[in-house]
Ligand binder design. Structure first.
Ligand code: NZQ
Ligand code: ZN
Length: 383
């Protein structure tokens, strides 16, 4: 195992009705900026429950955070935060809103120069405002991790920013808020969480039986409960998927192990170019990434096929290939595409280049040529 430091200070409140605990979670002197997206929280009652919990505090609201949140919009929210002397950011929504809340908390104190550049290239800011999260869409794990993925409209870039100081102080996960999610968003949530686990699990063998075993358990739960969520949207399915999605990307299964993330970096480029839902960009390319990297990942792919997909195949290569095919079939079962369409490989490579993300992969061996090969496979009917 690689040495690691792990601190996840986000207090999780999980279960129906937990939004009512908001008053006891906010600092007494909190002047709150309530951040939300396109209005789903007004239609499903979450907004009213949150506003009730803000009684007694000075607060302002900023709605309209986009799916794949945009820097320019968050910069406008920062002006409101400064003008209202807000000292606490409360994000209410899916990964986009919570990512935006964390990024906003980091840029409010930056009053000179370009905040995007400061966060990209400068030292990690230490004067980040405290953040709270109320999650309404399980997928990203953003509610208790340090990452914001933000799009810069002017520069046509979609980049991840990591800042430990922006991790939410608390995260409220009420599975009943998921009742109003569309089938498409439920599908997206399941496959995004699934892919987060694979990016941390499907690398090369290290002595990490705790991380590998927990990853396999999380995958088992998604394979059983993902389809049930889509078909029935039952209480049990909502609870199980919401908790898996959190555990998949809160830092635990990735501690001390190599990580890949090439599928995600290619996926972010596809969203920047085509506006595709984040989760669907991942299912478009993941099987092609795995086929391209079959030799490097052979041992773990064979284990994945046997332990997660219960495939009784003695030969490692045949098992690995069958495990990849099973992954693709699961993505298709979840209503997601497993091939790209109309994508310009040159533009994808350019995006990864501009983002400074080459070389990709757990071994740092995925260069522009290999990304082109991955995209060629992903564009073909039979990769
Ligand atoms: O904007 P509103 O009106 O809230 O509607 C949203 C949006 O249209 C809607 N929605 C959310 N909760 C709902 C609901 N509709 C009805 N009922 C509810 N309870 O769902 C739509 C999608 O929401 P969004 O937040 O965009 O989805 P998601 O949670 O999948 O987040 C995607 C973003 O997270 C980033 C992605 O790149 C993308 O920008 N990621 C963040 C990560 C992180 N912080 O660690 C990691 C991920 O890999 C990912 O990159
Ligand atoms: Zn993701």
């Amino acid at each position: 195992m690689v040495s690691f430091r792990l601190s996840n200070p986000t207090e999780i409140l999980f279960g129906p009705g937990q939004i009512a605990a908001l008053p006891e979670l906010l600092p007494a002197d909190a002047r709150v900026l309530l951040l939300y997206g396109g209005g789903s929280i007004k239609a499903n009652g979450v907004y009213d429950a949150v506003v009730a919990g803000l009684a007694g505090h000075a607060w302002v609201e900023f709605g309209g955070v986009e799916t794949n949140p945009v820097y320019e919009t968050i910069a406008t929210a920062a002006e409101l935060a400064r003008a209202s002397r807000s000292n606490f950011i409360l994000g209410v929504g899916g990964g986009s809103v919570i990512d935006a809340a964390k990024f906003l908390a980091a840029i409010v104190p930056i009053t000179t120069g370009d905040a995007w550049d400061a966060l990209r290239t400068g030292p990690a800011p230490t004067n980040v405002l405290p953040v709270g999260a109320i999650l309404t869409l399980p997928a990203t794990g953003s509610e208790s991790n340090a990452v914001s993925v933000i799009s810069h409209a002017g520069r046509h870039l979609k980049l991840p920013f990591a800042n430990q100081a922006a991790r939410p102080r608390f995260a409220i996960l009420d599975p009943t808020t998921m009742k109003s999610l569309s089938r498409r968003q439920l599908e997206n949530g399941v496959v995004d969480a699934f892919t987060h686990i694979l990016e941390q699990y499907l690398t090369y063998p290290v002595n990490a039986p705790v991380q590998s075993g927990f990853s396999e358990t999380l995958l088992d739960v998604l394979i059983e409960w993902g389809p049930r969520l889509i078909d029935d949207n039952s209480d049990e399915a909502r609870e199980n998927v919401m908790w898996v999605a959190n555990q998949a990307l809160n830092g635990l299964i990735g501690a001390g192990v190599p990580q890949d993330w090439s599928t995600h970096m290619i996926g972010h480029a596809i969203t920047a170019l085509q506006g595709t839902d984040h989760a669907r960009t991942l299912t478009m390319v993941m099987a092609s990434v795995l086929r391209s990297q079959l030799d490097a990942k052979l041992s773990i792919l064979a284990r994945y096929a046997r332990r997660v997909w219960k495939l009784d195949i003695a030969d490692d290569r045949l098992a690995a290939e069958a495990g990849i095919a099973a992954t693709e079939a699961f993505f298709a079962r979840m209503g997601c595409p497993t091939r790209t369409a109309g994508l310009d490989p040159v533009a994808v490579v350019d995006h990864i280049e501009m983002a400074g993300q080459f070389p990709l992969g757990e071994n740092g061996t995925i260069d522009a040529d290999i990304v082109r090969d991955i995209l060629r496979r992903a564009a073909e009917e039979l990769a």
